[in-house]
Design a protein. Structure first.
Length: 543
């Protein structure tokens, strides 16, 4: 088949001035249609018909041929039919050939992909059609006016996903046999609509349309590599889910190891796409499969060789809490739990880069209470040292002595839940909760918290809850944020802390209201609510 793609592009545009050559996501709008047609697996001659010298210059820069549109075809009321016919006839005279197929492509449909265009041309050819129009399925509960009354266009009210298909035309393309291209029309008798993916169906008519299309074009394909199982806890999983939520305008996918049983379960519940891998090197084929732009590693210590292989794929690499050799070659490293100062501009340390969950940004902070009665105990998703049980045993006599109410929150991977429940028994002073969805609601009620030295301690700081912390492992113990200067009483390695020490520390702190007040004030001095904006800029290379 001899195919020509005609792209009509007038100079005048009322809604968005100079629309066709205005830059969208770094390129002139008209260039997207040109590049799409030229990128086809079919041999397509591409011509831009315009009355504007600047548009024609831009079109030639991107590889299209151009023809001058005469004045009588350049008015606001002129339809596309005579414009396309003029372009085709002119090109046939110039080249001395006769085209078999004419594709009209609007420059105002920049989201159309080469793959979709090729599928549409194949559909047109295989189905032996006269004309194929691009369309998008857009079922709505719509109404029309009849005899002065509004009448529904539907028989029954249904949710959108259950409504019958309703294809709306888009400006992406009209594919038609040459014989039907005339000044008065371009459609044959055997017509069909080729359904576009919804993300490729946008037409640019208004500034809002422009913003939506540009956002789509600026999307990055992001892989988040993380793990979550009993030994390491669930902090990486929760941070990954938070990143995915905040990067909603991009295509985010998780990559998780097969040993991460509870992590996989949590991601499944969140309905994000993910791939399970056996070893780290399995990620390289996924980078090719998903055309990845950015890889985020939240897997602790990485090796330089692994990070270098990632970068050789042409992706941007961001590592979280990485103290391995890979941190020296990654594009950026983010670690909110270490209060270091670094001369390396790639490394970002401190609570300024903490990712607070949305719920904490909107949860009101409770007024300070001189007498502490509400205590919360929470040691993360897995609590490998079983500090929860030790703390509950220490608090059993104290709760009755001081008339405390103790809320115990168990994580998804905690293995001693039944023992803790049995300890709490029917004692009304202890409340055991599992799989808590809105953690901030419980933290905001607490006068005192007992927790581990991971990301949970920062959430407690955001709520201004004076906190006694114990580390679950050697790595947690290095998290410098958990210090007295930031409002924490740090008892050190939890495995070495006795029940007696926990009892005496809680007893003392509850009765020292001024100490608790000072701890609270030190916590609330930190800006923990705006870290995501900073981290997002680092991920996208905008910092």
């Amino acid at each position: 088949m001899k195919i020509i793609a005609v792209i009509p592009a007038r100079g005048g545009s009322r809604g968005i001035p100079r629309k066709n050559i205005r830059f969208m996501a770094g390129k002139p709008l008209v260039s997207y249609a040109i590049s799409c047609a030229l990128g086809s697996n079919y041999d397509i001659d591409v011509v831009v018909s315009s009355d504007d010298d600047e548009i024609k210059a831009v079109a030639r820069r991107y590889g299209a041929q151009t023809i001058d549109r005469p004045d009588y075809l350049s008015g606001d009321s002129v339809t596309l039919d005579p414009v396309v016919c003029h372009a085709v006839c002119t090109m046939e005279k110039i080249k001395g050939i006769h085209y078999d197929v004419v594709i009209t492509m609007q420059p105002t449909s920049p989201l159309l992909s080469v793959a979709t265009l090729d599928k549409a041309v194949a559909f047109f050819e295989n189905e032996e059609l006269d004309t194929v129009i691009s369309g998008v399925n857009d079922p709505r509960l719509s109404w029309h006016e009849e005899n002065g009354l509004c009448v529904p266009n539907y028989r029954e009210r249904l949710n959108r996903q259950y409504m019958p298909k309703d294809l709306k035309e888009t400006g992406a393309f009209v594919i038609t046999k040459r014989e039907f291209v005339k000044e008065t029309g371009r459609f044959g008798e055997k017509i069909s609509v080729f359904e576009l993916p919804e993300k490729e169906a946008g037409d640019i008519d208004t500034p809002q349309d422009w913003w939506i299309a540009e956002t789509e074009l600026n999307k990055k394909n992001i892989l988040i590599r993380l793990d979550g199982y009993s030994k390491i806890g669930m902090g990486h999983i929760y941070r990954g889910l938070q990143l995915a939520s905040g990067l909603i305008e991009h295509n985010v996918r998780f990559v998780i190891s097969e040993k991460s049983d509870i992590g996989i379960k949590k991601i499944e519940e969140s309905h994000y796409p993910y791939d399970v891998i056996t070893e780290n090197d399995d990620i390289f084929s996924l980078i090719d499969k998903y055309f990845v732009d950015i890889v985020i590693n939240d897997i602790l210590n990485t090796e330089a060789e692994f990070i270098e292989k990632l970068k050789a794929k042409g992706v941007r690499v961001i590592n979280f809490e990485d103290e391995g050799s890979g941190a020296e070659v990654a594009d950026a490293v983010v670690n909110a739990l270490y209060e270091k100062k670094s001369l390396d501009s790639r490394k970002h340390y401190g609570s300024d880069f903490y990712l607070i969950r949305d719920e904490f940004a909107i949860q009101p902070i409770r007024e300070f209470s001189e007498w502490a009665q509400e205590v919360i105990v929470l040691f993360g998703g897995t609590d490998p040292c079983n500090l929860t049980e030790k703390t509950v045993r220490a608090l059993m006599p104290l709760a009755d002595e001081l008339k405390l109410h103790v809320t115990i929150i168990l994580g998804l991977g905690y293995e001693h839940g039944e023992t803790v429940k049995a300890l709490a028994g029917n004692n009304g002073r202890f409340e055991v909760l599992e799989n808590v969805k809105v953690m901030s609601a419980y933290m905001s009620k607490a006068d005192l918290a007992i927790s581990s030295q991971g990301r949970t301690m920062l959430e407690l700081a955001a709520m201004g809850v004076p906190t006694i912390i114990m580390s679950e492992n050697a790595r947690e113990a290095t998290h410098e944020f958990g210090s007295i200067k930031n409002g924490y009483l740090n008892l050190g390695a939890g495995a070495n802390v006795s029940e007696k020490t926990i009892y005496e520390t809680v007893n003392w702190l509850i009765q020292c209201s001024q100490i608790r007040k000072n701890m609270r004030e030190q916590m609330l001095e930190k800006d923990l609510l705006h870290g995501f904006k900073r981290v997002k800029g680092i991920i996208l290379g905008e910092e």
